[in-house]
Design a protein around this ligand. Structure first.
Ligand SMILES: [Zn+2]
Length: 403
């Protein structure tokens, strides 16, 4: 039994009648996103396109059943539907917005691939039509930005010229004589798609009638994938949506930067430069403040019985950097020891002047074992982070008791 493929002759056929030749219950296919039982239908004729050649399958209706998937099984086309049609004679329709979108992307791909090869010598290895973005994998050296723009412009020129897109049939030899882009080693009559004076390539997919129906072709990113260069592109309705979305982003960014959309690069660079300068400034001020606080702390901390000066303090609203500045400044003094912590994030820092003769790393480990946290360092300088920041005062008490 062979299913007649109506889309071969007319890709614009949206509604058709057919007879159900075979109907069976199929098990769920989780890989295809089908979790319940489905029915597999074979019709005598169909306008539903099955997944193949990089183009996804159609959706639509067969009688009162919804089409979930369409698969190419050689001579037959298998339709997966959600219920058994009540009558073997069925009125069918395809989801036209989805199909027309696929036709725009697919025909756009023929044209873009032709331009990549014709003008720039890069053949297309494969094509993928995704739900958002389409991709062409090009084989050869890395395409430059000028190259991508050149191919995009050349393809759009053919769109503007609104050239006919024709279906050609012939043997491999006949197509070869016509200058087909990709030779096929298959017997019998082959189908090829011709974009007048631009491209001829074998294809069983669905295409628009004239290049004007492709609409605008937009080439997006190009990234390296294994040995190939993957070029992202969108055509027609997708190009319209993508361009609108891009402009919305541009406008929102400009609003945030309080500038005109055309000035966002300058404004963003300026904002980043300011941010970096402010950060540097803030660090320098933090260091000065920490050093001043350390000097004050030294003056108000008398030496203990062992002759060492120990400061133990939980700081509010400071960063880990601040603890570093304070600890370093305080322990520049002979026999000074700093056991300090930040209240909010639970940073702890134990530092000493080497003349104090303790082991800060060992001390920190002992404290963290009791209070919980991670960290380490050297004999004179160790830092860590408490699992529970509210235990900072307890951590310092434990440290003092071990000194
Ligand atoms: Zn095609």
């Amino acid at each position: 039994m062979t299913t007649r493929r109506l889309y071969y002759d007319d890709a614009f056929e949206k509604e058709f009648t057919a007879r159900v030749m075979h109907c069976e219950v199929l098990p769920p296919d989780v890989n295809a996103g089908i979790t319940g039982s489905v029915w597999g239908l074979i019709l005598d004729r169909t306008a539903c396109y099955p997944t193949s050649g990089g183009q996804p399958h159609d959706l639509g209706k067969i009688g009162d059943a919804n089409v979930l998937d369409v698969r190419d099984e050689g001579d037959e086309i298998l339709h997966l539907v959600d219920r058994k049609p009540s009558d073997p004679e069925v009125n069918c329709c395809i989801n036209w917005p989805r199909r027309f979108d696929h036709m725009q992307q697919h025909t756009g791909q023929h044209l873009l691939s032709a331009m990549f090869q014709e003008r720039f010598g890069l053949p297309t290895d494969s094509f993928h039509l995704g739900t958002e973005i389409c991709t062409i994998d090009l084989h050869g050296p890395e395409p430059s930005a000028e190259f991508l723009e050149g191919a995009e412009r050349a393809a759009n020129q053919v769109v503007f010229e609104d050239r006919p897109v024709n279906v050609r049939y012939g043997t491999a030899d006949q197509l070869s004589q016509l200058g087909v882009r990709k030779e096929v080693n298959r017997d019998g009559i082959l189908r090829a798609i011709e974009i007048e004076a631009a491209d001829l390539q074998p294809c069983g997919g669905t295409h628009v009638r004239r290049t004007g129906q492709i609409g605008m072709i937009l080439v997006r990113r190009c990234t390296k994938v294994r040995q190939d260069w993957r070029v992202e592109f969108v055509c027609g309705g997708r190009a319209e949506r993508v361009a609108r979305h891009d402009f919305q982003l541009l406008r929102q960014t400009a609003e945030k930067l309080s500038c005109a959309p055309e000035d966002i690069v300058t404004a963003a660079s300026r904002a980043l430069t300011e941010r970096d300068a402010n950060f540097k400034n803030l660090r320098a001020l933090q260091q000065r403040l920490a050093e001043a606080e350390a000097t004050l702390a030294l003056q108000t901390t008398p030496p203990g019985a062992s002759g060492s000066r120990v400061v133990s303090r939980v700081f509010e609203s400071v960063s880990g950097d601040y603890l570093g500045f304070f600890g370093t400044a305080f322990t520049k003094s002979e026999k000074a020891i700093a056991l300090i912590a930040a209240a909010e994030d639970g940073h702890v820092l134990f530092a000493q002047h080497s003349s104090a003769g303790k082991d800060m790393n060992a001390l920190l480990k002992q404290v963290l074992e009791r209070v919980g946290g991670k960290g380490g360092g050297t004999r004179d300088f160790a830092r860590g982070k408490l699992t529970d920041p509210s235990k900072a005062p307890q951590a310092l008490d434990v440290a003092l008791s071990f000194l």
